[in-house]
Design a protein around this ligand. Structure first.
Ligand SMILES: [Zn+2]
Length: 77
């Protein structure tokens, strides 16, 4: 998965957190977040996000987080 860009990565985060993403696509998102200063710098909740992933919780993403991601995608466009 070398085609993952910022918009794709942020969009996939929703499914990523819901545990609906296939393993290969999960890797694409994880690798993007690790490498992309833009996403990690812009997304203030990146660390909390990683904490959730580390705990492997399957809780729905809070509405405010979803709204932030929506805004972030808008900014990319
Ligand atoms: Zn990015």
């Amino acid at each position: 998965m070398t085609t993952t860009n910022c918009r794709e990565a942020v969009r996939e985060l929703w499914r990523f957190l819901d545990g609906e993403l296939p393993p290969d696509e999960r890797l694409g998102v994880e690798e993007h977040l690790e490498r992309c200063v833009r996403c990690c710098g812009e997304l203030e909740f990146a660390q909390a996000l990683r904490g959730v992933l580390a705990a492997q919780r399957a809780e729905p993403m809070p509405a405010d987080v979803r709204a932030r991601l929506e805004q972030f995608i808008d900014d990319l466009e």
